[in-house]
Design a protein around this ligand. Structure first.
Ligand code: F6R
Length: 253
């Protein structure tokens, strides 16, 4: 791995604290920065910690802009399964961010291609992403860039793999349909972020984390692209980090 810091901490709560430190550093250096955000289970302890630090006046989000990685196609923002809903509930409504500065792809856009082009333009106009937060799928996806023959550089529409739909199904009720299409930021825009922070929690992520960080760089494991990025921090709990070579990791408590 070139330019990466790999930190293994004891548990999920500690992942959130270390990740919040990275956010705090970036925000204090650039109070009007552009943050790339993620949804899913992984960032929950981080978002809780950011809210806590905001209430303690350690963080000010008034100048911050955000772009999220992805959104389900056909999902209205008010639906509790939408990523917009997730972000409002877990972060935006609990901090002093200007709602106008929070951007997610519109899953209801009639013309998905123009929606995607406009999203890339927006990121360009906002000066590019200063810090991109990522989780990792069990198949190595980042955002919803699924294993494929190419790295898709731009924001685009994807068909989710059965594996990803099964993984996402745990968050849906039995009578709810797990979407099969999504819009996702492309690997190019993720890679162009000035700093990348990838979090991994739980033993289910151990194998893929090892493969992504120490295996071949290939679009079959989209997260492997991070091996080439000059400024990546990976924070894993012990369960997710258990297969990583000790010599390449910092273990902290
Ligand atoms: C979410 C996203 C996905 C998740 C990944 C891991 O916005 O882009 O790549 O980060 O699927 O999901 P969790 O955290 O639920 O294991």
């Amino acid at each position: 791995m070139y330019g990466a810091r790999i930190i293994v901490v004891k548990d999920e709560q500690t992942v959130g604290k270390w990740a919040a430190d990275v956010f705090e550093q970036v925000i204090s250096r650039k109070p009007d920065c552009l943050l790339g955000l993620a949804t899913g289970t992984t960032p929950l302890t981080l978002y809780r910690e950011l809210v806590r630090r905001y209430h303690r006046q350690m963080l000010d989000f008034s100048g911050i802009h955000t772009v999220n990685l992805d959104e389900y196609v056909g999902m209205p923002p008010e639906n509790h399964q939408s990523y917009r809903y997730f972000m409002e509930k877990n972060l935006f409504q609990q901090i002093n961010i200007n709602p106008k500065n929070t951007h997610l792809l519109n899953g209801l856009a009639g013309d998905a291609k123009s929606e995607c082009r406009a999203y890339d333009r927006l990121i360009d106009e906002l000066g590019g992403i200063d810090l991109q937060l990522l989780g990792i799928g069990q198949n190595g996806h980042i955002g919803f860039n699924e294993p494929s023959d190419n790295f898709y550089l731009q924001t685009h529409e994807v068909t989710l793999t059965e594996e990803t739909r099964r993984a996402n199904a745990r968050l849906f009720a039995e009578d709810e349909i797990v979407p099969s299409q999504a819009l996702t930021m492309g690997c190019g825009y993720i890679f162009a972020a000035r700093k990348i922070l990838l979090l991994a929690i739980g033993s289910g992520k151990a194998k893929i984390l090892q493969r992504a960080l120490f295996g071949q760089v290939t679009p079959q494991v989209p997260a492997s692209l991070l091996q080439l990025h000059p400024d990546v921090t990976i924070i894993a709990d012990e369960a997710a980090g258990r297969l990583l070579p000790e010599c390449a990791t910092e273990s902290v408590s």
